[in-house]
Write a new protein. Structure first.
Length: 305
């Protein structure tokens, strides 16, 4: 076990974790960032809606971030997967699967979410190339094109309304029962959106470019882009092992600066939000980093008698 008691351990090295590390480094705090190296956006070619970094490749974004954080020598990066966390405020113990152990006064979960399989043949070949989950991230590149939405129920209604800002050429494929009521179907029809409720047989593509969606009833829907509602889950259940409160969507419940219900434990980014925007995750990470520093400063202040 490491004898060094760090100010913080950050689990997760995405925009939230690295932003928190930057804030802590500039606050003269010591921290280790434990990162598995498998970010959820690794399948995409570009990040968008991130001011000054619009269109950057995710790997390049991470490279630049690490390079800038390296100016602060008390911040270290460790590649690995966290196996267990234990302890309490002031002395947490974090163990990785390869046996490394770190001690820290504070703990930040910036572990994001993970995609659950949708079991749609051909989706993996186009995901991140011409099939996406966020219109704000990728709608511009597919504006006014023939798009297929894969969603159902309230999720389909939300996605339809949002995507109309980028294209009016929309077809909704619900991949089975649509889970819509009569009023919702009428609303979609009024906006020129055709609903196909036959299960999806396969997505046909060429070198990542989607060509058409084949349905089990023999129909085909030609398209040049797809937006789908992902199924997400928490990337880890380690927060629950410490007693952290978690929402129905799997997000860690945290306040504005990332504090959870467990003293000394913070969370930021997609792990603590349903927004799923890199720039929002980075903002949450910065607030959490400052929150951790503020808590440490307050404790040091009160310790002087």
């Amino acid at each position: 076990m490491s004898e060094v008691l760090l100010d913080a351990v950050i689990i997760g090295g995405g925009p939230a974790g690295m932003s928190a590390a930057l804030a802590l480094g500039r606050s003269r705090r010591s921290a280790v960032v434990i990162d598995e190296g498998r970010p959820r956006n690794r399948v995409t070619h570009e990040m968008h809606n991130f001011l000054s970094r619009d269109g950057i490749a995710p790997a390049e974004f991470r490279r630049i971030a690490r390079e800038q954080i390296s100016q602060y020598p008390a911040i270290k990066f460790v590649q690995g997967k966290t196996e267990s966390v234990e302890g309490s405020d002031g002395d947490f113990r974090i163990r990785t699967v390869d046996g490394k152990v770190f001690r820290s006064k504070k703990l930040l979960f910036a572990t994001g979410k993970r995609d659950l399989p949708l079991d749609i043949s051909g989706l993996d070949e186009v995901y991140g190339k011409t099939a996406f989950v966020c219109p704000y991230c990728d709608g511009w590149e597919l504006q006014d094109q023939q798009l297929v939405m894969i969603a159902k129920g309230e999720g389909a209604m939300h996605l339809s309304k949002v995507l109309m800002g980028w294209s009016a050429n929309l077809t909704l494929c619900t991949n089975g029962p649509d889970e819509l009521n009569a009023e919702q179907r009428e609303e979609l029809e009024r906006h020129g959106i055709t609903v196909k409720d036959s299960p999806i047989h396969k997505i046909e593509s060429e070198e990542g470019n989607v060509k058409q969606v084949l349905l089990e009833n023999g129909e085909s829907v030609a398209c040049t882009g797809i937006f789908f509602a992902p199924k997400l889950a928490a990337a880890t259940d380690l927060p629950q092992s410490l007693g952290c409160e978690v929402s129905e969507s799997g997000s860690i419940v945290a306040d504005r600066i990332g504090k959870t219900n467990i003293p000394g434990v913070f969370s930021a980014g997609d792990a603590a939000s349903d927004m799923y925007q890199a720039i929002a995750a980075a903002s949450m990470g910065a607030l959490a980093g400052m929150g951790i520093n503020a808590e440490l400063l307050d404790e040091a202040w009160k310790s002087v008698r």
